[in-house]
Design a protein around this ligand. Structure first.
Ligand SMILES: Nc1ncnc2c1ncn2[C@@H]1O[C@H](COP(=O)(O)OP(=O)(O)O)[C@@H](O)[C@H]1O
Ligand SMILES: NC(=O)OP(=O)(O)O
Length: 361
């Protein structure tokens, strides 16, 4: 993976400097890095800035929806519209997406039909969700681009996330999957089916499964080749199928952490985690809650260490952007999906910058 590139940005030195300057106005960052000949030697070739974008659950399934195919296709059409605006102006995208609701639902289908058809294990369900959701995103994206008169291929890669077999996460299931339940129903399911359940960020109770830390994304070199060929790539969907050594393991990897691994390995210009809140908040869920608009990585790390970000929801997102900013010295952000371009351009969300002075709003 080292061979994919040195510390020069995909966008070249000028583009990197623009990216490091933190939130930018308009599309200066993109214009800078779209100059001919810009090639950071990453293996991703020349072109516009390369953003790794992690799509949160609401990109595919909104809270309160049951998760029908039609609901998910409609949500993805809206999501694709946001992403198409970026592609249309020349930005290059590698996209990861969540699968928590879908993989949990699929696992229930395995369990409840087990007397009639052989149930498939969790990691197989993860692979299936990668294929299906990637396909649905691919369809939506190519349609959204076609409406703008743009023909740009999208490739969906079934991707593996390399994990350690002795990761402590296997003993401490904390990844929420599947539907939300009232507490009493969740506790009854835990008793009857042996599930681990816990409350999820004030929204209800959910089943939890282990979520080992992705050490690397196995197919990153292929992702780089596709990007270099001008292809928009959907990879590490659902965080990637977790594999320890050469064995798949039953777990669900966090897609934000997988996105950070991808972004660092690809030497991406920026990492953007798109979700359903305007900002990351301190003292979230309390009357003292206040949004973070622009922070340095070290400030954000201090807030993390003080316990501001919940495991299984905001915690991994914060960890992901910190890893990217600390490893590359470039900007990352967490912000609302419906303002994707503003988040990318530094006008919305929580902008995380390397070391320059940042104001905590
Ligand atoms: N400190 C925080 N600031 C903002 N949101 C938080 C915070 N802690 C937990 N959350 C919750 O995290 C959710 C986003 O996490 P999650 O639902 O896992 O995202 P996604 O499915 O979009 O990847 C928000 O909708 C909010 O309910
Ligand atoms: N795999 C994963 O991180 O899914 P969610 O984003 O839906 O939790």
């Amino acid at each position: 993976m080292k061979g994919l590139g040195g510390r020069r940005g995909v966008a070249g030195v000028k583009g990197r400097q623009a990216a490091e300057a933190g939130p930018v106005s308009g599309t200066d960052e993109g214009r800078e890095s779209r100059q001919p000949g810009a090639d950071g030697g990453t293996g991703c070739g020349a072109g516009g800035p390369l953003w790794v974008v992690a799509l949160g659950g609401n990109a595919i399934l909104r809270h309160g929806q049951r998760g029908t195919y039609e609901e998910q296709a409609a949500n993805l059409a809206a999501t694709a519209g946001q992403l198409a605006t970026l592609i249309a102006r020349g930005d290059r995208l590698v996209i990861t997406h969540g699968n928590g609701p879908q993989v949990g639902n699929l696992l229930i289908q395995q369990e409840e039909a087990a007397s009639r058809v052989p149930p498939l294990p969790l990691h197989a369900c993860g692979a299936m969700t990668q294929g299906l959701l990637g396909f649905m995103l691919q369809q939506a994206l190519e349609r959204a681009l076609a409406r703008r008169g743009i023909r740009r291929p999208t490739a969906v890669l079934v991707t593996r996330a390399l994990v350690h077999r002795d990761d402590p996460a296997f003993a401490r299931p904390d990844k929420p999957i599947g539907p939300f339940y009232p507490e009493d129903v969740a506790r009854a399911l835990a008793r009857e089916r042996g599930w681990v359940v816990a409350e999820d960020a004030g929204r209800g109770w959910r089943r939890r499964v282990p979520s080992p830390d992705p050490v690397a994304v196995a197919e990153v070199a292929v992702v780089a080749q596709l990007v270099a060929a001008g292809v928009t790539v959907v990879a590490a969907g659902g965080g990637g199928v977790p594999v320890a050594g050469d064995e798949p393991v039953d777990a669900v990897v966090d897609k934000d952490l997988a996105a950070a691994r991808l972004a660092v390995a690809l030497d991406a210009t920026g990492l953007f985690v798109l979700t359903d809140v305007e900002h990351v908040a301190l003292d979230w869920g309390t009357p003292r809650a206040r949004p973070l608009q622009r922070v340095t990585a070290s400030e954000l790390a201090a807030f993390r260490d003080a316990g501001h970000f919940a495991a299984g929801s905001m915690g991994p997102k914060v960890e992901a952007v910190l890893r990217f900013v600390e490893a590359t010295g470039r900007r990352a952000a967490i912000g609302p999906l419906e303002r994707a371009m503003d988040v990318v351009d530094g006008r919305a969300g929580t902008q995380v910058v390397p070391a320059t002075a940042a104001t905590v709003a």
